[in-house]
Design a protein around this ligand. Structure first.
Ligand SMILES: Cc1c2[nH]c(c1CCC(=O)O)Cc1[nH]c(c(CCC(=O)O)c1C)Cc1[nH]c(c(CCC(=O)O)c1C)Cc1[nH]c(c(C)c1CCC(=O)O)C2
Length: 382
């Protein structure tokens, strides 16, 4: 390790050669040439790994996110096992909302459940803004991880305002997002007040992670695909755009996230913006201020690239259920995705959504090796 834990040189702004800011993952996000296509998996740390199940056996999900040593170990597990090109911080999208005072739990097999769903202006007011001291365990975990990871980049993340609002308004997971949309259409002022507050919290949460040294961030708007493009642009995009632009503003030198002395960064960490079922929203999600747009398995990467344009990289798009197919099927899909990804100005290989708990981890390890092997020899692709 060097003392430059962000991997970003302080003076001339150029990344330290070989450091995380010069890694294949960050370079692909920035649409720079790479020695091989980088690969990581959403939910790579989790129930598909026996070592995860063991370490989580007697610790509740939210509690585990608040223990920096545990977070560090769980985050490192898939890096050690699979040789992925990036780690993603072990946490959850509801961690900052809980820190903001919302009474919630993550129920195994269900997901986030909110004790008193948000329905009124008073409910919105009760959701407090947060800062570093509300999530000290995240700051600590990121610092521990950056020191452990060396040249492997760490991805920070947060939930986007729409997806967080859906959990808060519904009270838990929802197929239709009916109550959420009822507020959006019926009480637009209340809706914008809620999303405005969530955008503030999300930006603060991401600033803590960036100040502590993450090399990229992903904004998860997992359920945005429930919206038409017109509704997305009107009710959601301005709030997500505020979060993504806020991170870019930090690098203009006007504001720092944690109040601690940090090396100046000359350019923002890459911002990945992801959702499921967002084929019709890909252009808008890029315009919201992403450097990389996440693509699920429904839209081929060459088609996605035409919708997103040449100024942004793409990430995805292997169907997580493909991993249950016989290996020749998996291999053919990996080859197809890498070939279609050549149409994009930068490609980070990933699944189209998270690793399913029943996935055989050995298949994930084989996919990493295959992506590296094929993409390091472009002449053999196709
Ligand atoms: C919608 C959403 C949530 N959480 C998250 C999202 C956005 C990503 C997506 O669309 O999947 C984000 C998330 N949640 C978790 C991570 C860890 C990092 C990673 O490896 O990707 C990330 C990036 C850990 C987790 N978050 C959760 C688990 C499983 C809980 C456990 O292991 O006990 C993990 C590993 C719990 C959780 N939290 C949430 C759900 C739907 C669940 C699953 C509930 C279940 O099936 O039990 C809300």
């Amino acid at each position: 390790m060097t003392t430059d834990t962000t991997g970003t040189a302080a003076r001339d702004g150029a990344p330290r050669p070989g450091g995380p800011a010069d890694s294949p993952f960050v370079r692909a996000c920035r649409r720079q040439p790479v020695p091989h296509t980088p690969v990581w998996f959403m939910r790579q740390a989790g129930r598909s790994l026996p070592e995860y199940r063991e370490i989580r056996a007697n610790v509740a999900m939210l509690e585990s996110c608040r223990r920096p040593e545990l977070v560090t170990e769980i985050t490192l597990q898939p890096v050690r096992r699979h040789g992925v090109d990036a780690a993603i911080l072990f946490s959850d999208i509801v961690v900052p909302v809980a820190a903001a005072g919302v009474d919630l739990d993550i129920v195994p097999g269900t997901g986030p459940v909110v004790a008193e769903p948000v329905r009124t202006a008073e409910d919105v007011e009760r959701i407090r803004p947060i800062g570093r001291d509300d999530v000290p365990y995240v700051d600590e975990a990121v610092r521990l991880l950056v020191a452990e990871l060396g040249d492997t980049p760490l991805i920070g993340f947060a939930g986007a305002p729409f997806t967080l609002a859906s959990y808060l308004v519904e009270g838990g997971p929802s197929r239709t997002h009916a109550k959420t949309k009822a507020m959006m259409y019926g009480e637009p002022e209340l809706w914008h007040a809620l999303c405005g507050r969530l955008a503030e919290i999300t930006l603060a949460f991401l600033r803590v992670q960036v100040a502590a040294g993450v090399s990229a961030v992903q904004l998860f708007d997992s359920w945005a695909g429930a919206l038409s493009e017109a509704d997305y642009r009107r009710f959601v995009m301005p709030h997500s755009a505020k979060v993504l632009a806020g991170l870019a503003d930090d690098c203009s030198g006007s504001r720092r996230g944690s109040g601690r002395a940090e090396p100046e960064q000359s350019q923002p960490v890459p911002r990945i913006h992801f959702g499921v079922g967002t084929g019709e929203l890909l252009g808008a999600m890029g315009e919201a201020g992403a450097d990389v747009v996440g693509v699920d398995w429904r839209t081929p990467l060459d088609v996605a690239t035409r919708r997103i344009g040449p100024d942004r990289a793409v990430q995805g798009n292997l169907d997580p259920t493909t991993l249950f197919a016989p290996w020749p099927v998996v291999e053919a899909e990996v080859r197809r995705i890498l070939a279609e990804g050549l149409a994009a100005p930068g490609h980070v290989f990933n699944l189209g959504h998270g690793v399913l708990p029943e996935t055989d981890p050995d298949v994930l390890t084989r996919v990493v090796a295959l992506v590296h092997e094929i993409s390091a020899a472009p002449a053999d692709r196709g």
